[in-house]
Ligand binder design. Structure first.
Ligand code: GLC
Length: 590
């Protein structure tokens, strides 16, 4: 090789080394940056959008007027097409239905009204084939009084099942008062002449509280949980579990205690021991998520339930947000303050559920939005935008995606919910104003959220060919899934768009939340930021035009989503950003 050739080779070699060094440096840096940007502790249940199905009211397949499992199976494609990836199913176990399945008489069987175990197997297979996880309700603060355990327990003081429940022998005198949420007299002790003793029931007389202090009972519950986990379910929602642990000495509470049910009854002694045990015996052995109804009385209580290092639960529902809406309205400042406070308390550790409705609440749009013909659609979409852009796992109740509204029953005989009937009787007994009571129930009653799902404009909204167990809302002629399917701007199609949007933007799941324009009484404005992305969300919670003053740099901002057909073309400027009634917009900032 010539001298010139050798020099060329040497130069090329040097360039090659430089190129390699530079590439290595860039690659290293890129990795580090990616590492830094990556959200930590990612979990499927954090990324899930959970759709709640109330089986009794979803779809009836056999014409008996009651929704059932085959009905749900027939709608699996609808559910899949919502884009959601998990379903929470209210209780489907055998039950005499004093409280619509929240009074279980056999934890290993399916309620006759709902079908058979074979139907359940088809349901779970159908869900899994479609990539949908199934979360089941676990109702073990209490059982039904028709459960075999209770039948045995009440039969004799020496029954091996006696201690599965809480009994107070009458020769000790009357037990210290305890409050019942559903009892006509609000007395949680019910006298039973068979053994001359009182049993405890925080809910109805037909829902005796189980004794979690008894290790035998706990063993039985874990075996039941394993039975369902072995069937392949993907999670448990622990009904009323914060009330499960009790001080069995039943100390006397100070006067007025009954108004503070949550304070005196939640997170009793050893509750955390029971949860740790449940985690060790069940949760840790399966890929299941766990969520508790209720989060105690403070952030500390809530953290102790859900922080990862506690080995208890994955998340909890805190009630403070959902309780804000009252029949006289609510203040947006209060709403923002509550959601911002909870977010910041869980920014570094723990995980929250985000929800504004469920089977225990009236309809989302009637409580938090505006269900007048003019604003129903815009406000329902705006609320969905809120739920899908907050940090935490969103839970969305069936029918809200259509913008279904409160039915507003006028007579007590219209209601099906035992808790309302009992409370009505109580109001009568204490000579209270029952008309006022009924007026308020039009706004708050949980039966508002339990009217049949409105599938189409046909007979009974396509829910059943028989007589529905609870009346169908007459507005089904214009609020129904079939109509909304065809309308690209319907609540239904907007909901689908939003779910898809959340799924493709992890920043909405994990990103940092920051409240803007704090004092604005009409607009809820916030950013979500992380992994190099930043989004600005502006929500007009009022029926009037509003202005958001967000004071963030809008250079290069892009409008990504809006609940109005005609999206805003301008970006927020010096003088703020104008929003139409119940308008919701999402901008990408970077
Ligand atoms: C929970 C359920 C509710 C039920 C109660 C008693 O709060 O969500 O529907 O009535 O527990 O089980």
């Amino acid at each position: 090789m010539s001298e010139l050739g050798l020099t060329k080779l040497a130069v090329m070699k040097r360039y090659w080394i430089l190129f390699c060094l530079a590439s290595f440096f860039l690659f290293e840096n890129g990795c580090r940056e990616a590492e830094q940007k990556k959200f930590t502790d990612e979990k499927w249940w954090k990324e899930a959008v959970v759709y709640q199905i109330y089986p009794r009211s979803f779809k009836d397949s056999d014409g008996d007027g009651i929704g059932d499992l085959k009905g749900i199976i027939s709608k699996l494609d609808y559910i899949k097409n919502l884009g959601i990836n998990a379903v929470w199913l209210n209780p489907i176990y055998s039950s005499p239905n004093d409280d619509n399945g929240y009074d279980v008489s056999d934890y290993r069987n399916i309620m006759k009204d709902f079908g058979t175990m074979a139907d359940f197997d088809s349901l779970i297979n159908g869900m899994h084939q479609r990539g949908i996880k199934l979360v089941m309700d676990l109702v073990v603060n209490h059982s039904s009084d028709e459960h075999e355990w209770f039948k045995q327990s009440r039969s004799s003081r020496t029954s091996p099942y006696r201690n599965y429940y809480h009994w107070w022998n009458a020769e000790r005198g009357k037990p210290p008062p305890r409050y019942s949420l559903f009892d006509i007299n609000h007395d949680a002790w019910r006298y039973d002449s068979v053994t001359n003793a009182y049993y405890l029931h925080y809910f109805s007389r037909k829902q005796p509280d189980l004794n979690w202090e008894n290790p035998e009972l706990r063993k039985e519950v874990y075996a039941i949980m394993k039975f369902w986990a072995d069937k392949g379910i993907d999670g448990f929602r622990l009904d009323a579990f914060q009330f499960a642990a009790k001080d069995t000495a039943f100390p006397v509470f100070p006067p007025g205690y009954e108004k503070k049910f949550q304070l005196y009854y939640a997170i009793g002694p050893h509750l955390h021991d029971y949860l740790k045990e449940m985690n060790q015996k069940v949760f840790s052995r399966y890929d299941v998520m766990s969520v508790a109804e209720g989060a105690g009385n403070s952030f500390e209580d809530a953290h102790q339930l859900v922080d990862a290092d506690r080995g208890e639960l994955n998340m909890a529902y805190a009630f403070e947000g959902v309780d804000i809406a009252k029949s006289e309205g609510y203040s947006l400042l209060h709403f923002k303050e509550v959601f911002s406070r909870w977010d910041s308390a869980f920014a570094l550790n723990g995980w929250l559920s985000i929800f504004l409705s469920n089977h225990d609440q009236a309809r989302l749009v009637s409580r938090f939005g505006n269900d007048s013909p003019e604003f129903r659609e815009a406000s329902a979409k705006m609320l969905a935008t809120f739920l899908m852009t907050m940090r935490g796992t969103p839970y969305y109740y069936n029918g809200d995606e259509l913008g279904m509204t409160n039915i507003r029953f006028t007579k007590i005989t219209d209601y099906r919910d035992m808790s309302i009937k009992n409370e009505y009787q109580h109001q009568k007994d204490i000579h209270a104003d029952t008309l006022l009571f009924l007026e308020n129930e039009k706004f708050v009653s949980r039966d508002n959220g339990r009217t049949p799902f409105q599938w189409d404009g046909g007979q009974n909204a396509g829910f059943t060919t028989g007589t529905p167990w609870i009346p169908v809302n007459t507005n089904y002629s214009f609020i129904n899934a079939a109509l909304e399917e065809k309308d690209s701007n319907s609540c239904l199609n907007y909901f689908r768009k939003l779910v898809d949007f959340r799924k493709s933007n992890p920043v909405l799941v994990y990103g940092k939340y920051k409240l803007l324009d704090n004092d604005n009484t009409q607009v809820y404005a916030y950013t979500r930021e992380g992994e190099g992305k930043k989004m600005l969300i502006l929500l007009n919670f009022s029926a009037k035009n509003a202005k958001a003053d967000v004071n963030v740099s809008m250079a290069g901002a892009k409008l990504l989503l809006s609940n109005y057909v005609e999206g805003q073309s301008e970006l927020p400027g010096e003088s703020g950003y104008a929003l139409r009634p119940y308008e919701a917009v999402i901008f990408q900032l970077q």
